[in-house]
Write a protein that binds this ligand. Structure first.
Ligand SMILES: [Zn+2]
Length: 160
């Protein structure tokens, strides 16, 4: 069989599935989605009041992105592109958070802004949902979704 025939059959296969032919060389790039949907980012920023929650030294104040509370690990799973796993952040803090000194990490962990990764992304997401975040003003919220957060106090009052 000639190489050309192989390419032809691969091409028809790609067409049959309505896909574009892979780029020259035929290597199919696995798309790793690193960017978050703009609507999701906008909702998270709005939910958190428009300001960066991390407030690391040099913080720009106004939030421009959504920061992942937990490390997604390899593969950039979409499971953690969930409102409960995201907080409003400025570009500077979002970038700085990945190389923090342990002394800077500790208060962020205590405030629920950094959540330890669990064995699976699903478990990590569950952990994000049950770990409240604390704002700079000291208010604590459970993050429900990209649009919704519940004050911890209100939650406790509701239990009574
Ligand atoms: Zn910031």
């Amino acid at each position: 069989m000639q190489a050309g025939m192989l390419l032809d059959s691969a091409g028809s296969l790609w067409r049959r599935f309505g896909l574009h032919m892979p780029p020259e060389g035929g290597r199919v790039m696995k798309s790793r989605v690193k960017t978050m949907p703009k609507g999701l980012v906008r909702d998270v920023i709005e939910r958190d009041g428009g300001f960066c929650l991390l407030v690391l030294p040099g913080c720009m104040g106004e939030a421009s992105t959504a920061d992942h509370r937990a490390d997604r690990g390899h593969g950039g799973s979409l499971v953690l592109n969930h409102g409960a796993a995201l907080i409003a952040a400025c570009g500077l803090c979002n970038g700085r958070k990945t190389h923090l000194h342990p002394l800077e990490r500790t208060p962020l962990i205590r405030r629920g802004l950094i959540v330890a990764k669990d064995s699976t992304n699903e478990k990590t997401l569950a952990r994000c949902k049950e770990t409240p975040i604390e704002t700079v003003e000291g208010e604590r919220f459970y993050l429900i979704s990209a649009n919704e957060r519940t004050r911890v106090e209100d939650m406790m009052r509701g239990d009574r």
